[in-house]
Design a protein around this ligand. Structure first.
Ligand code: HEC
Length: 151
């Protein structure tokens, strides 16, 4: 165990300057500094992005990291979780829960409920354009998220 820690520390020491130079692969958005602080101590941040993990997979990864020893306050965990949801998580809009929609689209509970209600009454979304019909959902947001949404 001790040998493992020493080698992990060694790898970190070697890779940290390279990351600092490039600014890291993570998108700039609120919560990034917290993520760098909480997630960059045991392994490189390049493990985190790019990634095709879904919202549910990020939730699972977060739980594993928590039990592996990643440390943050409850408030910080919330912000870290929100960072991954809003900036990296993939989402199947036809299966997503209200909570997942709220986090990945970064919208209010009310807008997330409107999206799910519309989906359920019309028997699912087929295209990005269907999504853009959801009342109060910012179309620019939908465009920006396009690459991470599946149907
Ligand atoms: C206390 C050490 C520690 C911290 C802090 C930590 N991790 Fe990890 N992480 C590990 C270890 C050990 C592995 C490799 C073992 C494994 O895959 O289970 C790993 C692997 C990973 C992987 C790749 C494997 C997978 O499950 O997909 C991801 C992604 C990841 N960590 C994300 C995070 C995130 C996000 C954070 C911050 C919330 C974080 N880690 C903080 C110890 C840590």
């Amino acid at each position: 165990m001790r040998a493992l820690w020493i080698s992990v520390t060694f790898v970190l020491a070697v890779s940290a300057p390279a990351l600092a130079q490039t600014g890291g692969p993570l998108p700039d958005a609120p919560g990034k500094a917290l993520v760098e602080q909480a997630c960059g101590t045991c392994h490189g941040l390049e493990l985190l992005a790019p990634s095709t993990r879904t919202a549910a997979q990020w939730r699972d990864t977060m739980a594993v990291m928590k039990t592996s020893g990643a440390k943050a306050s409850d408030e910080e965990w919330k912000a870290i979780n929100q960072y991954f949801m809003a900036n990296l998580a993939y989402l199947n809009v036809n299966k997503a829960t209200v909570d997942e929609v709220r986090q990945v689209f970064d919208v209010s509970e009310k807008v997330a409920q409107a999206l799910v209600a519309r989906r359920d009454t019309q028997g699912g979304f087929k295209t990005i354009d269907d999504l853009k019909q959801v009342p109060d959902l910012d179309q620019k947001k939908v465009e920006a998220l396009k690459a991470r949404l599946t149907f």
